[in-house]
Design a protein. Sequence first.
Length: 262
Amino acid sequence: MTEAGPAQNGGTGEGQESPLPSVRRREVIRQAWSVGGATGTYGVSFGALAVAAGLDVWQAQALSFVMFTGASQFALVGILAAGGLAAAPAAVATASMLGVRNGLYGLQTSLMLGATGLRRLAAAHLTIDESTAVGIAQPEPPAQRLGFWQTGIAVFVLWNASTLLGSLLGNAFGDPRQLGLDAAAAGAFVALLWPRLRSRDATATAVLAAFVALVSAPLVPAGIPVLLAAVAAVVVGLRHPGRHEGPLEGGDGILTGSDPTP
C-alpha cells in the first residue's frame, strides 16, 4: 500500500522514518500492555459464561482464538444460554452485527500500518477496539504501529489464556466485574482519549458520541450504542472535513498525556 507513508520497507511504511527513542518506545509498550492486561484478564468471565451456556472448553477456546472480539463473543454465549441451539441463528446474527465495527476500524488501521501479505492478515485479526485505540492515540507513525501491534498481541495472548482458565475453573475466581476489571478497561480508553480533546470540535464530537451511546443503551442490544456513537462522530467529521486536530506536543516538546497509564 503506497498511501501508508512517505517511505516503505517491506510494506510496513517504516523505511526512512527515524526510530522511536527508547524512552518513548517503552512508554508505548507500557500503554499497550496495561490496556491488554485490563482487557485480556476479563476473558476469565467469558470462559466461565461459555461453559455455563453449554459449550465445552475447546469450543470456548476456539471462539476466543478465531472470533476474537469480546462483545460478539459475550453476545453469542448470552443468547445461546437463554435460548439454546434454537437461538443459534439469532446469536450468530447478533455477534456478526457487533463485529461490523472492527471492519470500520480497518479503514483507519490499514492506512496506519501499511501491512501486506501475512502481516496484513495478522493485522486484520488483531484489529479490535483496544489495538485501534492505542494505535491512533500515538502522534508518531512508528509509535502508532508499535502501539497497535503490542496491544493486539497483548490482548490476544491474555484473552485466550484467561478464557482457558475461566472455562476450566468456572467461577472459582469470582466475577471479574467485582474486581473492577471492566471499569479498568473503560478507564484506559478514557485516558487514551483525553489528551486528544484539544479543540472545541473534538470535545463536541466526544460529547455527542457519549450522549448518543447513553441514550441508546437502554433501548438497543449491547454493542449497538458503540456503532451509533461512531456514526454520530462520522457525521460530524463529514460536516467539517477541513478541520484537523492540533499537535499533541506541548511547548516544551513533551507529548502531553502521551502516557496515561501508571
